[in-house]
Design a protein around this ligand. Structure first.
Ligand SMILES: *Cc1c(COP(=O)(O)O)cnc(C)c1O
Length: 420
C-alpha cells in the first residue's frame, strides 16, 4: 500500500507532538504568561494537569464554563449538531440560530439578536450600531461614547479604546476618537460628561476585570435617565456578569434597569466561542443588509451549544441555587477574612462573581496568593494586583465550596508564613 492510499483510507495515525509549558515560550506569541501547569482534562469543577494532579476550579475559564467542564447536556448538544450541520455561512440562515435568537428574545427585553464569536465582537457590534443609529437619527455629530475608567470591553482597537484601562491601548495609536471616560458609580461625573453629542454610554453592571465592583442601583437608574434625556443608548456589557452569574439570567434583571443594547459572550457558550448583541426592533433597524457581519457568527455549532446553555441556566430552580451557593461562598470567604483581618479589606461582588480585596498592607500581592492556592490544588483568578477573584462554575456544590475555602486557608497560611 503506498502512502496516498493509506491516507485516503484514513489509516495514517499522526505521531503526537510532545509538548509542555516550555513549548509555550518557544512557539506562542508571548501575549500571555500562563501558569506552569498545563490542564489536559476536566469534568465539572475538577481539572487534571499533565502530571495527573487534580485541581478544584474556581475560575471557570474566567466566567466561561458556568455549567462546569464537559457538562453532559452541552456535550450532547455539540456532538449531535456536529453530526448534523456545522456551518453554512450568512447567505443562509439555520435552525439552531433561529431557535437561539427566539429563546434569547423571549427571555430578555430584546427583540433582535446579532451573533458573533466573542465578547469583544459583541461590544464592537454594539458600539458600531450605536454610532450608526445615532448618525441616522440625529446626524454625524452624535458619535461620542461614554464609558467608565477601569472598565473592560475587549481587545479590538475600538473596544480597547472604549475600555477604561490606558495600559491596554499603549502603543496602538492612533485610536478611535470621540470617547470619554468617567469614574464608575459616580452620578455627578456622568451628568457632567453628558451632552447632546453622546450616542451611547456603556457600563458593566458588575465590573469584572476592573476589580469585581457592582454598580449601585441608583447609579444605573441615573444612567438610564441621562441616556433618555440626551437620546443616547444605554449599553450593558454583561459579557462577564450575565448568564446567571449574579443569580438572575442577566444582571440588569436584578437591578430593574433595562438597557437598549446588551452584550453577552463568555458563559453563553460554556467554552464554545460565541457572542451575542441583543437590542430592540427600532435600534436593530439601523444595521441594514451589508452594514455589519462576521463569517462564523451564529453558526449551527455555536448556536446549538448556546441554546442548551441558556435553557439549562434559565430556570427558577437553577438560578435560585446560584443565589444559595453565592450566600454560602460569601459566608465562607467572610469567615476567612474574619480570621485574617490584616490581609483582606472586604469581600465584594454579586452572586458567584466575588472578589477578596487585599488590605493596604498587602496591596499588589493577589498573584502570590493565587499561585500558592494553585499549588494547594485550587485554581483562582486575580482582578488587578489587589483583588483575589473567585468565579466558580454556577453548579458548584456546598461540598466544593467547603473544599475551596479549606484550600484557600492552607494557601493563606503559607502566604503569611512566607511573609513573616
Ligand atoms: C471578557 C470580557 C470582554 C471581552 O470578551 P472576549 O470574549 O475576551 O473578547 C468584554 N467585556 C467584559 C465585561 C469581559 O469580562
Amino acid at each position: 500500500m503506498n502512502e496516498s492510499t493509506s491516507l485516503q483510507a484514513g489509516a495514517a495515525i499522526p505521531v503526537p507532538i510532545a509538548v509542555n509549558r516550555q513549548t509555550f515560550d518557544a512557539v506562542m506569541v508571548p501575549t500571555y504568561a500562563p501558569s506552569t501547569m498545563v490542564p489536559v482534562r476536566a469534568s465539572g469543577l475538577e481539572v487534571w494537569d499533565q502530571q495527573d494532579k487534580r485541581y478544584l476550579d474556581f475560575t471557570a475559564g474566567i466566567a466561561v464554563t458556568s455549567l462546569g467542564h464537559a457538562h453532559p447536556a452541552v456535550v450532547e448538544a455539540l456532538c449531535a449538531q456536529a453530526h448534523t450541520l456545522w456551518h453554512v455561512g450568512n447567505s443562509y440562515t439555520n435552525e439552531p440560530v433561529l431557535r437561539l435568537a427566539t429563546a434569547l428574545t423571549q427571555a430578555t427585553f430584546a427583540e433582535r439578536a446579532f451573533f458573533c464569536n466573542s465578547g469583544a465582537e459583541a461590544n464592537e457590534a454594539a458600539f458600531k450600531l450605536a454610532r450608526k443609529f445615532a448618525g441616522n437619527q440625529f446626524g454625524p455629530h452624535k458619535s461620542r461614547i461614554i464609558s467608565c475608567t477601569n472598565s473592560f470591553h475587549g481587545r479590538t482597537l475600538f473596544t480597547v479604546s472604549v475600555g477604561g484601562q490606558p495600559k491596554y491601548t499603549e502603543g496602538f495609536g492612533p485610536l478611535p476618537q470621540h470617547l470619554t471616560h468617567i469614574p464608575f458609580n459616580d452620578i455627578a461625573a456622568a451628568r457632567a460628561a453628558f451632552g447632546d453629542d453622546v450616542c451611547a454610554l456603556v457600563v458593566e453592571p458588575v465590573q469584572g476585570e476592573g476589580g469585581v465592583l457592582p454598580a449601585n442601583r441608583e447609579y444605573l437608574e441615573a444612567l438610564r435617565g441621562l441616556c433618555d434625556q440626551h437620546r443616547a443608548l444605554l449599553i450593558f456589557d454583561e459579557v462577564q456578569c450575565g448568564m446567571g452569574r449574579t443569580g438572575t439570567l442577566f444582571a440588569y434583571m436584578g437591578y430593574g434597569v433595562t438597557p437598549d443594547i446588551l452584550t453577552s459572550a463568555k458563559a453563553l457558550g460554556n467554552g464554545y466561542p460565541v457572542g451575542a448583541m441583543l437590542t430592540t426592533d427600532a435600534i436593530a433597524a439601523a444595521f441594514t443588509v451589508g452594514t455589519h457581519g462576521t463569517t462564523y457568527g451564529g453558526n449551527p455549532l455555536a448556536a446549538s451549544v448556546a441554546l442548551q446553555v441558556l435553557q439549562t441556566i434559565n430556570t427558577p430552580g437553577f438560578l435560585a441555587r446560584v443565589g444559595q451557593a453565592a450566600q454560602h461562598l460569601t459566608a465562607a470567604l467572610q469567615a476567612i477574612i474574619a480570621d485574617h483581618p490584616a490581609v483582606f479589606a472586604e469581600v465584594r461582588g454579586s452572586g458567584l462573581m466575588l472578589g477578596m480585596a487585599l488590605s493596604e498592607q498587602y496591596r499588589g500581592r493577589a498573584k502570590e496568593i493565587t499561585r500558592l492556592a494553585e499549588e494547594e490544588g485550587l485554581m483562582l483568578l486575580i482582578a488587578g494586583p489587589d483583588v483575589v477573584r473567585l468565579l466558580p462554575a454556577l453548579v458548584v456544590s456546598d461540598a466544593q465550596i467547603a473544599e475551596g475555602a479549606g484550600l484557600l486557608r492552607r494557601a493563606l497560611a503559607r502566604f503569611l508564613a512566607q511573609s513573616a
